[in-house]
Design a protein around this ligand. Sequence first.
Ligand SMILES: Nc1nc2c(ncn2[C@@H]2O[C@H](COP(=O)(O)OP(=O)(O)OP(=O)(O)O)[C@@H](O)[C@H]2O)c(=O)[nH]1
Ligand SMILES: [Mg+2]
Length: 464
Amino acid sequence: MPTATGESVWPPPSSPSEESQEDREARLEQEKEAKRVSDAIDLDLNAEKEAKKKNVHGAKILLLGQAESGKSTILKNFQLHFSPNAFHAEAEIWRPVIHLNLVRSVNFIINMLAPRSASGTTSPTLTYPLNDSIRRLFFSLAPLKSVETSLTKRISGSLSPVILDNSSTSADSPYAHYHPAKASEISVRSGVGWKGLLKFRRQSGSSSETHSPEDIQNRRIISACADDIIALWRSPGVQEKLRQEDVFLKDQPGFFLEDIERISKVDYLPTPDDVLRARVSTIGPEEHHIPMENSLENGGNDWIIYDVGGDRSQRAAWAQFFDDGKFNYVSLLIAFNQALAEDETVNRLADSMKLWRMICSNKLLASVDLILLLNKIDILDAQLKAGVQFSKYVTSYRDKPNETEAVAKYLLDMFTSLHKQHSTKKRKMHPHLTCAVDTKATAAVITHIQELILIKTLAQTNII
Ligand SMILES: Nc1nc2c(ncn2[C@@H]2O[C@H](COP(=O)(O)OP(=O)(O)OP(=O)(O)O)[C@@H](O)[C@H]2O)c(=O)[nH]1
Ligand SMILES: [Mg+2]
């Protein structure tokens, strides 16, 4: 239809006076439909805006659980899943940690075999019935003590490292880190930001930290000691002594003695699998932003994961996070069967139940949904297959089948019922059995958590 200026506009304005009843109804119906579509688009845009503002497309998850339950390992899985390039790029930073885990296992064995007085203190005058070949290995592996000191210093920065109090000898002793059943661990304060420190050193200056003379020296020593480490580890006498002492080094975190040939190579670069198995215990809460490398994931928003130290001396620091407005989910990780490193009289499962009750009944967390991860399911499986009787630890299990599926179901039922009993408000709980060192299986759990977050976001913005 031409206007006064000769232009045509489309659609032509309707002239209601000329409109038939039928046309009018059709027009009103069309206008209603157009408004509905336009409102839906507005709602969608608003939801996206709100989501961006509150970062609700991304998730905020607080990881809780005992020491060694696998919190930091789950965090690494999130990083690998959402930021794979960054994860691979920083693999090299984990090499000193993996080497430190390795030399600590070796030094642990040497300390265990070292001459010892009845009081438990080391004494060079007492002789332990060592055969000549093991004696020779003591000498050839002696440089690993200085490698341990050097790596510990590097990872902890200028601050002295925090060694978990599992040493049974005086700090001045050369065997200060000896524990009757466990290699000592390095703990890193979040403030030190050891990864940042190593990254910074790596990036600054031409002589990068991963190629500094000290680093090269450490790697050469480890490489030169490789054959003797293998000889020590495979020696029947050593294996027998470990059995006598009830030490299961293979089941301990940060066990790399079976990988020595590969990881002692001077040009060794850790694989994702190695990174997941590396052990550094966490001290103090850490906030980790995980950027989405695939911008289509989670609306491109970072996920924020809070990781805490699970050692009992660390738990007071958890309280600052008890605010249900802060998180989409709180996740408790539980692991099975071993005693706590910090108090061997406390069974891990009993301690986990106590933690779970505390989380469920906490009024400040009353409306936050919970994710329960029954982790280290592979270890549970291996232990049951090796003949460990679950009913010995949980007497109420009585004579039910000593098999992984039945035991896992029993545990999940037990934690589900505690959740029902102790939650002050109705809220959801999502249980999973996990093996955090299995990236494929853990990816499926992460995808499920992603779906939960998406559904929750859509529900909050009234889209569903
Ligand atoms: N076999 C096995 N090992 C696991 C699993 N999850 C974690 N680990 C290992 O257990 C060790 C401890 O895991 P971390 O993630 O450091 O434990 P954490 O809960 O962060 O411990 P803290 O920082 O001390 O509170 C690491 O060496 C992991 O590689 C699992 O499902 N199976
Ligand atoms: Mg940790």
